[in-house]
Design a protein around this ligand. Structure first.
Ligand SMILES: Cc1cc2nc3c(=O)[nH]c(=O)nc-3n(C[C@H](O)[C@H](O)[C@H](O)COP(=O)(O)OP(=O)(O)OC[C@H]3O[C@@H](n4cnc5c(N)ncnc54)[C@H](O)[C@@H]3O)c2cc1C
Length: 302
């Protein structure tokens, strides 16, 4: 009798398939129980075949990038994680055009852009996600966002159809895109940048890296800012003003350096983080009447 794991190995090879792996190793929060299966596809047709297999076995699946905006349940995930990372991380640069596959790290793409004297991705150099996750989230920082540099996105739907979607149809908004709306999978993107002096690009990247180092608790595992910016406010400031700086539940803590970040001080569980999130939401609402919405995505049972 065939079994899901063996059938998946036929698609991605034995090196590309894992079983019962702790997802804490796959998230920047370093939190999360085991996933039943993890597959690392090398191309779009392997993704299509994996989805077909999941349908045949009635197996849920989830697309994972670098896990830098994700809180995974302590119970883990019952299903297949399709991990789009190193197997699909090619970057091609022609003139001022960069074609980057979904698994390419933003920091690497920004570095390559700088090496080719291309400006526009400086804002993204310190965001620890993949191109796929950054498009899904319309990641942004320091006045920049993916929307400003994306020319088009190649994406797949759940039936394996592939579309080239121009930026104007991507419904990019604050931490939102068509990918999330329509449950699509990012395969690659074309970015359009501008020629500039390499020294100027490098100086800007160093300036932003220093700003991050000074303001963000990069020495602890986290998922970055946990809450979206509420209209007219800053989440971190509201949390600080509500007296929640340094607040802890178990090993989860409101960072003393940047109150918008929740950090894992060692052995935080997803449950700790969830309790802290809900406590912050209640307090901020009670004191300021503002509802904080989470930016971090959750996976698994809570
Ligand atoms: C220290 C730190 C600093 C951060 N700073 C910033 C910042 O300045 N600005 C900012 O915007 N974010 C920031 N983040 C959050 C995070 O890095 C971004 O949201 C990033 O874009 C997530 O990418 P990822 O590959 O890690 O996605 P994941 O966390 O793996 O996934 C996030 C979501 O994207 C989906 N997804 C991932 N890949 C694909 C794909 N190929 N196709 C379809 N869906 C996909 C997942 O299903 C999930 O729903 C920070 C995080 C950390 C830890």
């Amino acid at each position: 009798m065939s079994d899901f794991f063996d059938d998946a190995v036929l698609i991605v090879g034995s090196a590309g398939m894992k079983k019962d792996k702790a997802l804490s190793q796959y998230t920047t929060f370093r939190i999360g129980g085991p996933a039943d299966y993890i597959a690392e596809p090398q191309n779009a047709s392997q993704i299509t075949e994996l989805i077909r297999l999941c349908k045949r076995y009635d197996m849920p699946f989830f697309i994972l990038g670098n896990g830098s905006n994700l809180l995974v349940s302590d119970k883990g995930y019952r299903g297949l994680i399709i991990h789009i990372l190193e197997g699909m991380n090619r970057i091609i640069i022609e003139d001022n055009r960069i074609t980057a596959q979904a698994g390419a790290q933003l920091g690497r793409v920004a570095f390559e852009a700088k090496e080719h004297s291309l400006s526009g991705l400086e804002f993204a150099s310190g965001i620890p996600g993949t191109i796929g996750g950054a498009i899904y989230m319309n990641a942004g920082a320091y006045g920049g966002e993916m929307k400003q540099v994306v020319s088009s996105v190649r994406a797949m739907d759940m039936d394996g159809n592939i579309y080239d979607i121009p930026c104007s149809e991507m419904h990019f908004a604050y931490r939102h895109s068509l990918i999330e709306e329509k449950n699509l999978i990012v395969l690659e993107t074309v970015l359009l940048l501008k020629k500039d002096r390499k020294e100027a690009i490098e100086a800007e990247m160093l300036r932003l890296a220093e700003a991050r180092r000074l303001k963000q608790p990069l020495e602890y595992p986290s998922a970055g800012s946990v809450f979206k910016r509420p209209e007219g406010y800053f989440a971190g400031k509201l949390i600080m003003d509500a007296g929640l700086r340094g607040e802890t539940v178990g090993d989860a803590q409101v960072s003393e350096k940047h109150c918008g970040f929740l950090i894992n001080r060692g052995h935080a569980t997803a449950e700790d983080v969830m309790q802290l999130i809900s406590h912050i939401q209640k307090e901020v609402h009670r004191q300021y009447g503002v509802r904080l919405e989470t930016e971090v995505k959750t996976l698994g049972e809570f």
